[in-house]
Design a protein around this ligand. Sequence first.
Ligand SMILES: Cc1cc2nc3c(=O)[nH]c(=O)nc-3n(C[C@H](O)[C@H](O)[C@H](O)COP(=O)(O)OP(=O)(O)OC[C@H]3O[C@@H](n4cnc5c(N)ncnc54)[C@H](O)[C@@H]3O)c2cc1C
Length: 289
Amino acid sequence: MSEPQFVRARSVDHAIDTLKAAGGDGLIVAGGVVVSSLFNQRLASPAVLVDISRIKGLRYIKRTPNGLSIGALATHDDIHRSADVKAVAPLLTEIAEDVSCPRLRNRGTLGGSICTIGGQGDPATGLIALGATMQIKGPGGERTAHIEDFYKDAFEVDLAPDEIVERIDVPAPQTGARFAFCKLGPRNAMDFTQITVSVVMAPTGSGIRIGMNGVANAPNRPRATEALIATMNAGSINWTAVGKTLNGEISPQGDLVYSEDFKRHLALIGLRRAVERALARSKEAGGRA
Ligand SMILES: Cc1cc2nc3c(=O)[nH]c(=O)nc-3n(C[C@H](O)[C@H](O)[C@H](O)COP(=O)(O)OP(=O)(O)OC[C@H]3O[C@@H](n4cnc5c(N)ncnc54)[C@H](O)[C@@H]3O)c2cc1C
C-alpha cells in the first residue's frame, strides 16, 4: 500500500478542487477519528488525503431565525458545551454528551460523524428526528439535502467523491416539543453503539418524528411507525402493534455482538424508552418540555 499524498486544504474550494483532481481517489479527513482507524485496519488506501480540519469558517455554531446552523467542523464537545444548542435543540446536547469518551468528543466533528459511511453515528438520529438539512458543496455549486434522504444503503450516502458537507441546519422544534434519545449497547464509552433511537414529539398528542440507527443498513426514519403512534393516545400506546409495524420497517443485520432477532427486540425497547422518557420529561416540567 503506497503512502497517500497529503493536502492541507486552505478553503472549501481548495478542498473541492483537490478532490476533483484526485478523480474519485481522494478522502477527506476532518477530526480523523474514523479515518485513522480505517488506515490502521488497512481499510482505506486513497491516493490523496484532503485535510479540511484547518479550513477557517467551518467550525461554528450559530442561532438563525429558523433554529441553528452548525459548521461541519464543530466537534461533539463544541455541541455539548454550546448554550445555543441547549436553548434551541437540547436533544443534540444530550446526544453529544454521550458520544464515546472525552478524547473522541474533542476531536470528532459533526460533519465527520454524519459522513462516516457504514458507521453508527448517534447524532444522525437526533438530526433526523429534528428534520435537519445539510448544505453540501461540490464543483457544480451548493445544494441542500434532508439528512433522512442522505443515507441510501450500507456504505452508500448521497455525496459525490468531490463534495463536502459545509454545515448542518437544524430547525427549532415547536415550543413545548418533547424529546429524548436512547442508546443501547454492551458499553457506553469507546464502543460503537448498537442501537440508537431519537424522538421528537409534538407538544400535545402523539405526533412524533423518529430517527434510528443500528436497525438497518443505514440511519433511518420509520415513517409507518411514526404514523401509527400518531393515531394513539400518548398515555396508552399499544406497543405490541407498534412493534409489529416497526418490525416491517427495519432490517437489522446480526453480528458478533447481537443477533438479528435480538436487535429487533432492542429496537422496540429503545423506541419505547425514548418515547416514555420524552413523555416523563414533559410531566416533570408540568406539561411543558
Ligand atoms: C472507538 C470509537 C468509538 C466511537 N463511539 C461513538 C459513539 O459512541 N457515538 C457516535 O456517534 N460515534 C462514535 N464513534 C464515531 C466518531 O465519533 C464519529 O464518527 C466522529 O465524529 C468522526 O468525526 P471525525 O471528524 O473524526 O471524522 P473523520 O474520521 O475525519 O471522517 C470520517 C468520514 O467522514 C468523511 N468526512 C469528514 N468530514 C466531512 C465533511 N465535512 N464532508 C464530507 N465528508 C466528510 C471522511 O472522509 C470520512 O469518510 C466512535 C468512533 C470510534 C473510533
